[in-house]
Design a protein around this ligand. Sequence first.
Ligand code: M6R
Length: 364
Amino acid sequence: GKGNFRHFMEKELHENPAIIGDTLNRMIDPATRLPVLPDLAVDLAAIPRISLSACGSAYYAGLTARYWLEEIARIAVDADVASEFRYREPPLDPAGLGLVISQSGETADTMAALRYMKRQGCKVMSVVNVPESTMARESDLMLETIAGPEISVASTKAFTAQLAVLAGFTLALARARGARSDAEIAPLVAALMELPGKMAQLLADDTEIRALAEDIRDARDVLFFGRGSMMPIALEGALKLKELSYIHAEGYPAGEMKHGPIALIDPSVPVIAVLPSGPLFEKTASNLQEAAARGGRIILFSDKAGAARLAGIANRTIIITECDPFVAPILYAIPVQLLAYHVAVLKGTDVDQPRNLAKSVTVE
Ligand code: M6R
């Protein structure tokens, strides 16, 4: 049941701290406090590249992982939505690893991507939430997200659990490949382990997010901007707002704004930036300044330092607890999903069963 919550989506969002803790514990060796690489018939340390494919939010988890895997594990990654990947006929290196990500483990296009990878001679790893699923059975290796059943059509806890698994995998692979020393990995593990506490703190008080939901409930269009590993969280925020509240929303890499989307900006279009302090902060801040100069209504999701830096241009700021930039996509996923949730509640849409959508898309 829903317990004390009005909707499954809200309940599932609140399960995040426990789930992320369980999911991470499976990947970290309690003795060494370091992530361990799962056993596979191939030497994962030797794979030359990774091709990943998924749909919807699971694809955005994969896109985030691409940033981590390339930067931290120093491995080449390509990523595409499964409905395109399966017909693109990409030539795959049989020594490479295929990676599919799916909550249900039954999504038809992702399943076809998995089978294509195998036909090309690759070993395939799946990140799935249902260990009895077809994808789990057909892949060579399964990494399980320990999210429990997800009822809400909008993916929440399964998405953050996918991110947690992929973050742990990145660190394990970085060690195995010798891309990072244990001394470099340890603080990243610590940052992951702090997530459940930070998530609980964030979920304990959503007053500011509710107020923001009031602000944007009547918007016709909303833009989400992010850069680097936060860019897929901008895409996720836009997808959730679309599917739950039926407001048109687009996510963009902030640096692309001047190549088109800036033409949309006027005071009626909220511009939401997911922008924690970190390496790309200043670059993104100047993108936002350009939007503000054109009358854009800037809404900032950032930490205290980021909020102070952009106090002059932000119309509203949602303050998120400080965290290591590595784990920021996992933490910031929650407030953007909560925002979509509260807008949907205000608009009175069917939160757990949005129109036209199915939980598991088992046909092409
Ligand atoms: O079961 P899967 O993870 O393979 O499903 C993929 C997408 O259909 C799913 O993430 C969809 O985009 C959600 N409705 C997003 O909230």
